[in-house]
Design a protein around this ligand. Structure first.
Ligand code: HEC
Ligand code: HEC
Ligand code: HEC
Ligand code: HEC
Ligand code: HEC
Ligand code: HEC
Ligand code: HEC
Length: 402
């Protein structure tokens, strides 16, 4: 573990020196190292093709999901039921803000009220002397765990100090914000975000908020759309409509062609790559359970299988999350069964993979594998549990492995 971390750091360092700082150039595009997790900023900067959250040149390169429906109707219909498609909403048309009209919370001297006023989501904060009301512009999160509100004041973006949590159906302090009592009404309402941070949020929860490197969330499509993962679709749609698409020549990005490490980093563009977590969230502690790529890549199933257990083996990104434990069994059994071949899933076999021995078989149970080996974890204050993607023999009373 220690030495491989060192090796990776060394490779990354060499890569950074070779590719140099500044805008991407042809040489840098060709020298994205393979086989190691990278920082998303490097993937975005140096990938020759598309990478989620990349800035585009003109708004009309994006044609919108409606344009894909005609030819990819089944994928479009199932994706519309997936959480990712609804990762952000205008707060005045957000279901949650509407359904839970008049939520209240008391924090020290401050009284919070989240209500719909004339159809607009509004956060009102009062103390014994005065009150402020802010009109909420965006609601982030479809509400599996909860929903956080963003508003704009004097050109700056603010994250509401309180969020809605689904499980208690109540307001509480927004994840990541301090629980100390605010010192003014303005501070009690929300936290000003730096421009970089606001861009980062919209990059993951919306599509097309960056055009030519300029941040403009009003132009963005809400939620993760087809083109956030597949890149601008205008030329693909034009080619397919005109019947000029060349067989074997791709007019749109298909992540199926990524290798395994790239594939996990691809989802990690928003779910955070292993390297993102080590570099940016090293002190997250138990909160790193939210970063599935980091947890997964710590598993023996990843490290000792020649890095073959990717997100898409268990999750079809075009489908809603499957909640039935037994539906994941076939994936586990691809490797952990007496009939599994030594290099079960299809992939270009590397020397590393050929050396992999057949994984062990469970002596305890034959089904619902994830119920024991991918335990649910509930970090304090999030009022919701997350699935630990660090697949392992999880023994009761053992501390959470960070
Ligand atoms: C006019 C019909 C049409 C429309 C509209 C269309 N596609 Fe396609 N798409 C196709 C066909 C046909 C293929 C399979 C043949 C091919 O690969 O060119 C395809 C293939 C793809 C692939 C796989 C490409 C590859 O190289 O493996 C992706 C990804 C894709 N489409 C995404 C989209 C997205 C996203 C949209 C909306 C922005 C969209 N398509 C709109 C017809 C269409
Ligand atoms: C552009 C950013 C982005 C990318 C790329 C991305 N995701 Fe997500 N994903 C999100 C966001 C944001 C959410 C939270 C949506 C919500 O609950 O509001 C999410 C949620 C999910 C969920 C939970 C769904 C649920 O019902 O709770 C799964 C599973 C998931 N993503 C899988 C993937 C996989 C697999 C990939 C790679 C193929 C991927 N994601 C790539 C942004 C992204
Ligand atoms: C690097 C990408 C990224 C950034 C930046 C980001 N998010 Fe997310 N967000 C995600 C992903 C992926 C998920 C789903 C997994 C999880 O819940 O951690 C998510 C989940 C959420 C959820 C829970 C959704 C639900 O359905 O319960 C909320 C609320 C949320 N984000 C709000 C925000 C806000 C507000 C910001 C900015 C201050 C932000 N996020 C910044 C990627 C991101
Ligand atoms: C969160 C990222 C994500 C989103 C959003 C997304 N896709 Fe995909 N898509 C993928 C990945 C990953 C693959 C490759 C799947 C694999 O490896 O089997 C893929 C593959 C495809 C393919 C090729 C199918 C094949 O069998 O090779 C098509 C077509 C496609 N997507 C269309 C769409 C359309 C249309 C939408 C919007 C309704 C969409 N995708 C939204 C990640 C995404
Ligand atoms: C071996 C199977 C497996 C793999 C591989 C896998 N997941 Fe999951 N994932 C699950 C299971 C099981 C759940 C919980 C489903 C439920 O709620 O019942 C889950 C839940 C999630 C959720 C919802 C939030 C949570 O923590 O419960 C997100 C987001 C997610 N996965 C993202 C990812 C991403 C990103 C990857 C790739 C790094 C990935 N998953 C790889 C099995 C897998
Ligand atoms: C791509 C192949 C592959 C897949 C798929 C896979 N594993 Fe593994 N897993 C391995 C390998 C290789 C090892 C390490 C060698 C061994 O255990 O013999 C391992 C180890 C384990 C261990 C022992 C971990 C430890 O810390 O000792 C458990 C438990 C486990 N896997 C459970 C699962 C479960 C549950 C699933 C499905 C959710 C799964 N695996 C999916 C390849 C895989
Ligand atoms: C009821 C909980 C439970 C379920 C369900 C379960 N396991 Fe296990 N598994 C365990 C425990 C406990 C151990 C450790 C046993 C021991 O130390 O002898 C274990 C051990 C393992 C090991 C390591 C074996 C070794 O000899 O190193 C693997 C691999 C594994 N399980 C995979 C799976 C797979 C795949 C499934 C689904 C087909 C599964 N488990 C279902 C509880 C469970």
């Amino acid at each position: 573990m220690q030495s491989s971390t060192f090796l990776r750091a060394a490779i990354l360092l060499i890569f950074l020196v070779v590719s140099g700082p500044g805008p991407s150039n042809v040489r840098a595009q060709q020298s994205v190292p393979s086989g190691i997790s990278l920082l998303t900023t490097l993937r975005v900067r140096d990938s020759a093709g598309w990478w989620p959250t990349k800035s585009i040149d003109t708004k009309d390169q994006f044609v919108g999901t409606a344009a894909c429906v005609r030819c990819h109707a089944a994928k479009a219909a199932s994706f519309d039921r997936a959480a990712m498609a609804h990762a952000a909403a205008r707060s005045d048309d957000s279901e949650l803000a509407r359904r839970h009209d008049a939520l209240e919370l008391q924090v020290g001297p401050y009284h919070y009220q989240l209500a719909s006023v004339d159809g607009k989501g509004t956060l009102k904060v009062s103390d014994s002397k005065a009150s402020v009301s802010v009109q909420l512009a965006w609601a982030f999160g479809v509400g599996r765990m909860g929903q956080t509100y963003i508003y704009v004041q004097n050109g700056s973006y603010y994250e509401g100090h309180v969020s809605f949590y689904a499980s208690p159906q109540a307001l509480d302090i927004t994840p990541g914000q301090t629980r100390a009592i605010p010192t003014s009404l303005e501070q009690a309402a929300g936290r000003r975000m730096s421009p970089d941070e606001a861009q980062y949020c919209f990059g993951c929860h919306t599509t097309g908020s960056m055009i030519k490197g300029q941040f403009d969330p009003s132009a963005a499509s809400l939620g993760v759309t087809c083109e956030q993962c597949h890149g601008p679709g205008a030329s693909h749609v034009a080619a397919e409509n005109a019947g000029t698409a060349q067989p074997g020549e791709s007019s749109i990005f298909n992540p199926a062609r990524l290798d395994h490490v790239e594939s996990v980093d691809f989802c990690g563009a928003c779910h955070r790559t292993w390297e993102d977590v080590l570099t940016l969230n090293a002190d997250a502690g138990i909160f790193n359970v939210r970063f599935a790529p980091y947890r997964l890549e710590n598993s023996k199933c990843w490290k000792k299988s020649g890095q073959r257990l990717t997100c898409t083996m268990c999750h079809d990104p075009h489908q809603p999350l499957t909640r039935d434990d037994s539906s994941y069994d076939p994936v586990c059994l691809q490797c952990h069964s007496s009939t599994a071949s030594q290099t079960a899933p299809t992939s270009p076999a590397t020397t590393k993979e050929r050396k992999v021995r057949r994984p062990a078989i469970c002596r305890v149970a034959t089904k619902n594998c994830v119920s024991c080996h991918m335990p649910k974890v509930e970090p304090l204050g999030l009022h919701s549990s997350f699935t630990d993607h660090w697949i392992r023999i999880a023994r009761e009373h053992e501390p959470y492995p960070e």
